[in-house]
Design a protein around this ligand. Structure first.
Ligand SMILES: O=C(O)[C@]1(O)C[C@H](CCCOc2ccccc2)[C@@H](O)[C@H](O)C1
Length: 149
């Protein structure tokens, strides 16, 4: 059966490509999602996408993915540094996930140096710009072992 990957983007990433291009690049979220879907299809997989500015909505989307997707690629954005709830949701559904950040968070403010997710991620990709999404999707399709029953 073809693998299904869920791409989740967190708060303010709906602004991608329209503000702070010097930091986050000029590719829009819509382009990241469509390019990701094309890449997944090229690898024989499917990509579902979700973006929310609301922590609970992200938790609910993770719950809804249980038994439905083989892996999650998530850029939790600012919730990376604050959200035990998203950590608990990912652990609770037992879906392998890859954490992706456009920037190298360790080269930024100190408060961005800690992630509530990284120690449980299959992989953490950061600092590659939006190419990180392509790398994460490729890794999720090719290397991440599904736990889907
Ligand atoms: O580098 C990343 O991908 C981040 O997850 C981006 C988050 C910020 C997402 C906001 O994205 C915007 C994009 C364009 C304009 C404004 C915000 C930041 O809070 C994390 O520390 C690192």
């Amino acid at each position: 059966m073809a693998k299904t990957i869920l791409l989740i983007n967190g708060p303010n990433l709906n602004l991608l490509g329209t503000r702070q291009p010097e930091l986050y690049g000029s590719t829009t979220l819509s382009d990241v999602e469509s390019q990701g879907k094309q890449h997944a299809e090229k690898l024989g997989a499917n990509l579902e996408t979700f973006q929310s500015n609301h922590e609970g909505a992200i938790v609910d989307r993770i719950h809804a993915a249980r038994h439905k997707v083989d892996a999650i690629v998530i850029n939790p954005a600012a919730y990376t540094h604050t959200s035990v709830a998203i950590r608990d949701a990912l652990l609770g559904v037992d879906i392998p996930f890859i954490e992706i950040h456009i920037t190298n968070t360790h080269a930024r403010e100190k408060f961005r140096h800690h992630s509530y997710l990284s120690d449980k991620a299959e992989a953490v990709i950061m600092g590659l710009g939006t190419f990180g999404y392509t790398a994460a999707i490729e890794h999720a399709v090719r290397n991440v072992k599904s736990r889907r029953q």
